[in-house]
Write a protein that binds this ligand. Structure first.
Ligand SMILES: [Cu+2]
Length: 215
């Protein structure tokens, strides 16, 4: 198991507002003698708040085995490949995530990341039991944290039963903002390489950190 202990708090994720794009129409070439020199540029229609929706996703935390870095854990949508560097989620949505974590390496997190925050009720369900916080030491294998949304989803370590690893199953519901925007996500259990565990997947987009585009 490659989990290294360490408690360094990474810089808070930055919120990057997405600039709205104004598409101006190109002025049309006018035939000589035409009086309408001032053809109005087209203005874009401003994005309106999308209708509320309810969406579910099944994610996994895979404990190594990807060909790129066979010993790095990673978040995955398909159970095989890391997330894209920029994950997209719908705006104005109620999102239910079911996250199966196959990593049995529980480690240490700063106390703030041992709490469930930013979810409906500030709770999550782990293996069928509703939880709001955990011990900061030895229990949590990874977190899915979007600081800009106040979202922190701790993922409890899987259970190693000798020949099989029984994943922890976390179910959590949260709401995305109505406005589009881009946020950073990060795992805050130092599950990576190096003496402090903050290398490798912890600094590689799509593995244990990246962007979330709300659109
Ligand atoms: Cu991690």
């Amino acid at each position: 198991m490659m989990h290294l202990k360490g408690g360094r708090l990474a810089a808070a994720a930055a919120v990057v507002g997405v600039a709205s794009i104004l598409i101006a129409g190109c002025g049309q070439q006018q035939a000589a003698g035409s009086a309408s020199a001032a053809s109005k540029p087209k203005t874009s229609t401003k994005a309106s708040t999308p209708a509320p929706q309810t969406v579910s996703y099944n994610w996994e935390v895979v404990d190594g085995g990807n060909a790129q870095h066979s010993d790095w854990p990673f978040f995955s949508e398909d159970g095989k490949n890391p997330f894209p560097a920029t994950l997209t989620l719908p705006a104005n949505a109620t999102i239910t995530l079911t996250i199966k974590n196959y990593d049995d390496g529980g480690g240490d997190v700063p106390a703030a990341y041992a709490k469930v925050t930013g979810t409906v009720g500030n709770t999550e369900t782990v293996n069928g039991t509703q939880e709001s916080s955990f011990k900061a030491s030895g229990v949590i294998a990874h977190t899915f944290t979007v600081a800009g949304l106040g979202l922190n989803i701790p993922l409890v370590a899987a259970t190693d039963q000798g020949s099989t690893v029984v994943p922890s199953v976390t179910v959590v519901t949260f709401k995305t903002p109505a406005k589009a925007g881009t946020y950073s996500w990060q795992c805050y259990q130092p599950c990576g390489t190096g003496s402090d565990g903050w290398g490798g997947p912890m600094v590689t987009p799509g593995w244990m950190m990246g962007s979330v585009q709300i659109q």
